[in-house]
Each structure stands twice: as C-alpha cells, then as structure tokens.
Design a protein around this ligand. Structure first.
Ligand code: IFM
Length: 441
C-alpha cells in the first residue's frame, strides 16, 4: 500500500504521442523534407525512428509493456496521396497494420490527420494560404478514415494550427519561412475550414467517432500585475497565440491578431478539446521589441528551464490552461494531447512529469472533465528545425544504431500508468527534490 497517493478515475487514457514525419523516416515527398534538404534545419529527419521500416513494432511493445493503454500517432498525407490524383493503397495498408498493432497490444489509437507537414503538391499550390486546401484535405480525410476506421474512432484533425501558423508564417522557422501576420491568419482560417469539413465527413463515415483538434495553449501572466501596459501586452499576446481556433469553434467567428473571420460552419465542431501544454510565459511591455508587438515573453530568473532552453518546468501552467478550457467549453471533455520536455540526460523530466500530472489530478478533482494524458514523446524523434538537438523521449534513440535506451522517466511513467496515479514512493524514488511540495506534512 502506498503511503500517500493521487489517483485518477477508472478508464483514464495513459499514452504517449508521436507524429509521422518525426518518427517514420524516409519521408521524402513533403514540404519538410525539402526544407531540410535546403539547409534550413539543424539536421535531417533521415531514417528518424524507422517506423516506416517496421520499428514501430518494438516501440509499441515498449509502450504496452510500460503500462500505457493508448497511443497518439499521425498519418502522412504525402504518403497516402502522393499526387493530387493518386492514392497509395499500400501506404494505407501499412497504417492499417500499425493500428492493428496497437489494438493487439491493448492500446487505444488516436490518429492525427495533419501534423505540420504538407505534400509537396499541396505546397506548390500555396498550401493552406489557398482556400481550396480545405476541400482537398476533406477528400484526403474521407479516403483515410474509410481505410482506417476499423481500428480507430478517436481522431484529431489538425495538430497545433497556432504553432504551425506562427512558426511557418510569422517566425519563419518552418516552411515556407514567411514573416506575415496576415498570411498566418489566412492559414489558420483555412485550417479551421478544413477541420470543420473533416469533422462532418468523419461523423458521416463513423457516427460513433470522437473528433477534435489539438491546440498548444500557452498561458501567460503579466510581469507586473499592477502595471496596465504589462496586462495589455499579456492579453494581446495570449489572444494572438491561443485564441484563433478556440474562438472559431465556440462562436463561428475566428479571432486573429489582424481581425475576425466568419467561419460559421466551424461552430461546435469538437467532441473533445485537445490541449497541448509545454510551458507558460511572463509578459512585460518592452519598447525595444516592436517585432513582438512590444510584449517581451520570458521565463523569470530562477525558473526550472531545460538545458535546451525551449521549455521550462512550470506545472501551474497546465492547471491554468485546463481551467481556461473549461471556462470556454463548460461541457466538452478534455484530452491532454501533448505534454513533455526536452531533457537528454533525464535530470529534469521526472519532476516535470510528476508535477504536471499532479496539476492534472487537481483539475480532475474539481470534476473538470479531463479524460486522458499523452506524454510527448515515446522515443526521441526529429524535432523540426532543431532536428536531433532536443530530446523529448522516454526512450533515448541512438540515431546511428537505432538502439533505444530506457530513461528513468520511462520507468516512472510506467509506474504511474500501472497505478493509475502518483504515489509518494514514486516521487521519493524518482524525484525526491519535489517530494515536500507534492506531499507536504
Ligand atoms: O515535437 C513537437 C510536436 O511536433 C508538436 N508539439 C510540440 C512538440 C515538442 O516541441
């Protein structure tokens, strides 16, 4: 018997999340492959985790053996529809085999239909800047869902449309490397049109399906709560980064930094809210930052920041993000579709995991409808423009040999999944430095 514990409700989904281009390898017909060959990234995806070569089997074995009961993966549009007029039935068959593999191991499948990559032929047509992409996406979704519905009923149409639009069309780190708030807004609007069309099509094909999308929510606090300009900057940045999809879904009017777009068909098109959370920011008014609309976002001094500097361990942010979602959508179930941290030596990850799950547990205890949690990620994978420099896996990947090595966090997460909760013994063993915070006397 554990001395003290935080338990989750029966039936809670415990999984990890991955995405096609980041794990499959030899994925050469999309915009990311071209972006990598053009030298915009710190390395290339290459063979990645070799899932397309069959190594998904051993990774699914690991997930199952580690007590997980679900897995979120994505399918690669450019494999399934290599040209506008052709379908690759063999690729669809391979995805069917993978999903069957999840089922055989007792893992519920969640499939994402768009996770950052576009087929080259779509990119040639200006991808999501072109309104016709929504209908093309719907066609792809129809074909894919028809093929895979036997093994999946939990669908995520689009992953992090806000991150995609921001990094591809404002920061310029993702293809096509643009810098335009206006183009980013057009892209999110067309993604939302695509999502709404996909939502209806999936329900037509599979009435019992649960369909949603995943947004990365970035909570923010003003640096000085008493200072109106910090509060104003916080609101501008928070709304600009987080609000487009969620506002479009709740009202049919998408709010973007450059104006509102009416997309009435999007209203209410979600069966769950997919929430990705990594970190939160402090925001200060700063006259020297015109490019960031005079709002400087940072981690306060003394924050528990990962060595790579991308993310910090700020667990109260996941609580804030879930609370925000429940206020916006009082009756919609929530899935934490991603949460994790880059940490090659696994010195921070155990406390990040436990502290975030403790916050999730708190939300469940307010009876907020959080139904599952997918840790990012199962195994180290290709981290976009940062390539292999950032390691998010429970298992470490040696790219040269394809050898996987368990990090302590893999054992910790396995213990949590099996227990359906966090115990004081786990915290004592894996991250004693936060014991007193989690189990105060
Ligand atoms: O690796 C990414 C993923 O593709 C989308 N969400 C954030 C992850 C970590 O940066």
């Amino acid at each position: 018997m554990p001395t003290a514990s935080y338990h989750f409700p029966k039936g809670f989904l415990w999984g990890t999340a991955t995405a096609a281009h980041q794990v499959e390898g030899n994925n050469a017909n999309n915009n990311w492959h071209r972006w990598e060959q053009e030298g915009h990234t710190q390395g290339k995806a290459g063979l990645a985790c070799d899932w397309w070569g069959g190594r998904w089997k051993e990774d699914f074995d690991r997930a199952a053996e580690a007590g997980q009961n679900a897995h979120r993966l994505s399918v690669e549009w450019s494999r399934i529809q290599p040209t506008p007029d052709t379908w690759d039935e063999e690729a669809l068959e391979r995805y069917r085999t993978m999903l069957r593999g999840l089922r055989e191991r007792g893992l519920t499948a969640m499939v994402t239909l768009h996770h950052f990559t576009n087929p080259l032929w779509l990119e040639e047509r200006k991808a999501w800047e072109n309104e016709t992409s929504a209908a093309l996406f719907e066609k792809f979704v129809r074909k894919t869902v028809e093929a895979l519905r036997e093994y999946c009923s939990l669908w995520c149409t689009v992953n992090e449309p806000n991150v995609y639009a921001l990094l591809a069309y404002v920061a310029g780190d993702f293809p096509p490397g643009a810098h335009s708030l206006k183009r980013a807004a057009v892209v999110q609007a067309n993604l939302l049109r695509g999502h709404a069309a996909a939502y209806r099509t999936i329900h037509e094909l599979q009435p019992e399906a649960r369909v949603g999308f995943a947004v990365q929510i970035r909570p923010m606090v003003p640096a000085r709560a008493w200072f109106p300009l910090d509060r104003l900057m916080r609101n501008i940045q928070f709304n600009g980064i987080n609000l487009a999809f969620p506002s479009g879904i709740s009202t049919g009017v998408m709010k973007t930094p450059v104006g509102s777009v009416r997309i009435p068909e999007a209203k209410g098109t979600q069966d769950y809210f997919g929430l990705n959370y990594y970190s939160m920011d402090t925001v200060a008014f700063d006259l020297t930052r015109p490019a960031e609309l005079f709002g400087r976002r940072y981690y306060p001094e003394g924050s528990d920041v990962a060595v790579g500097g991308m993310n910090a361990n700020i667990p109260e942010g996941i609580f804030a993000a879930i609370k925000w979602a429940t206020r916006l959508y009082p009756d919609v179930p929530i899935l934490i579709t991603e949460n994790g941290i880059e940490d090659a030596d696994d010195s921070l990850r155990p406390r990040y995991l436990v502290q975030h799950l403790h916050q999730v547990w708190r939300t469940v205890n307010f009876n907020w409808p959080v139904k599952g949690y997918f840790f990012w990620s199962l195994v180290d994978n290709f981290e976009w423009e940062r390539a292999w420099t950032q390691r998010f896996g429970l298992w470490e990947l040696d790219l040269e040999t394809q050898k996987r090595t368990r990090r302590p966090s893999a054992d910790l997460y396995a213990a949590i999944c099996r227990e359906n909760g966090i115990t004081s013994e786990m915290v004592q063993q894996y991250c004693p430095e936060v014991f007193a915070r989690l189990f105060p006397e």
